[in-house]
Design a protein around this ligand. Structure first.
Ligand code: AQP
Length: 327
């Protein structure tokens, strides 16, 4: 069985981009791979947040992931800070990654733009992300398109470490879905839909009311060309709607594009398809939110299992480097 690892930040509520770009594949992968999924709370510290809110957001995000279909009896779902090996290997990865590599990361450029103060953690977090992945001897990392560059960096760093200290890490590969890999903001379709940067009208949250979802799609920004074509450069809004409709209904974007010649019906059908996609998730989310103890218990069991694997791999890396063993 291949080993799969992926993570998500508890920086806000799960949105349609997270679901179509990553989480839906996690749910499928858990049945065909030995899968580890991590709520990466330490990554959330790279940008300022409301003091004291992180624990609640972490639990809520875990409940949302379970509502999407992750089964803690089948996969390993855990919280990054519950497995301290992540920070230990994170430092080793910082010392294996170059300043120039981190400076080229486009997410850093995007997220640091216009900020009064930028943390050193925001700059170096791709090294911690590399540690997250490498700690589990990961073969495949299911992510959205925006994470492609970080997974490439992880591969480079793993290969560099292996060349420098001897074969230690499995070199992972990204798995990116064909439809839904890059869901764009409904109001600014040239920007990705994002937990922390999208305004309310541009983002579809997992627990948005059906009427709200329909309204957001009705008001989605398109263009004045009056044609329904897949053309991300000239018609980013229309292309986004076609991609979302395709990903939500299991069709190809080309097939969906051929079925419409007006924006109104395209918006209405996309809204309805997303409402249907979210309906069962929202029902389960209601049940899970009423039992936070069960969610916390699933995370505890996940951390125990993840910690066992992570400790072995960290020790292997420390031995490769030649750090003095504890015993
Ligand atoms: N718009 C998107 N389309 C497709 N996939 C997406 N992902 C995120 N946004 C989209 C994928 O979701 C997974 C978890 O992402 P994350 O929360 O760890 O970080 P992110 O990519 O930075 O997501 P956000 O929503 O933009 O969060 P913030 O605003 O906190 O940075 C990843 O696999 C990602 O590819």
């Amino acid at each position: 069985m291949p080993r799969v690892f992926s993570g998500i930040q508890p920086t806000g509520e799960l949105h349609l981009g997270n679901l179509l770009g990553a989480v839906r594949n996690w749910v499928e992968d858990q049945h065909r791979a030995d899968s580890f999924y991590c709520v990466v709370d330490l990554h959330a510290l790279t940008v300022p947040g409301e003091p004291g809110a992180l624990g609640r957001q972490t639990l809520d995000l875990a409940a949302a992931l379970l509502a999407c279909g992750l089964d803690p009896e089948v996969c390993t779902l855990f919280v990054q800070s519950h497995v301290p090996e992540h920070t230990s290997l994170g430092w080793i990865m910082q010392c294996t990654t170059s300043f120039g590599e981190l400076r080229r990361m486009t997410q850093f450029k995007d997220k640091s733009q216009g900020q009064e103060s930028v943390s050193a953690g925001l700059f170096s977090y791709p090294a911690l992300q590399a540690a997250d992945i490498l700690l589990y001897d990961t073969d495949q990392v299911p992510v959205g398109e925006d994470q492609r560059q970080h997974i490439e960096l992880t591969r480079d760093v793993a290969e560099r470490f292996n060349a420098r200290y001897g074969d230690t890490f499995v070199v992972p590969a990204a798995t990116i879905p064909r439809a839904g890999a890059r869901v764009m903001d409904l109001q600014q379709p040239e920007r990705k839909m994002s937990k922390s940067t999208s305004g309310d009208a541009g983002i579809v949250r997992l627990d948005d009311d059906p009427a709200v979802v329909v309204k957001k799609f009705k008001r989605a920004v398109t263009d004045s060309l009056g044609e329904v074509r897949l053309d991300v450069d000239h018609q980013p809004g229309v292309t986004n709607l076609l991609s979302i409709l395709a990903a939500s209904t299991g069709r190809s974007p080309e097939e969906v594009a051929g079925a419409y010649d007006q924006y109104g019906p395209l918006k209405a059908d996309t809204g309805e398809a997303v409402v249907e996609l979210l309906r069962p998730i929202q029902e389960r989310l209601g049940e899970l939110r009423s039992d936070p103890g069960a969610v916390a218990e699933a995370l505890r069991r996940g951390a125990d299992k993840a910690g066992g694997v992570a400790a072995e791999v960290l020790e292997r890396a420390e031995r490769s480097i030649g750090l003095l063993p504890r015993r």
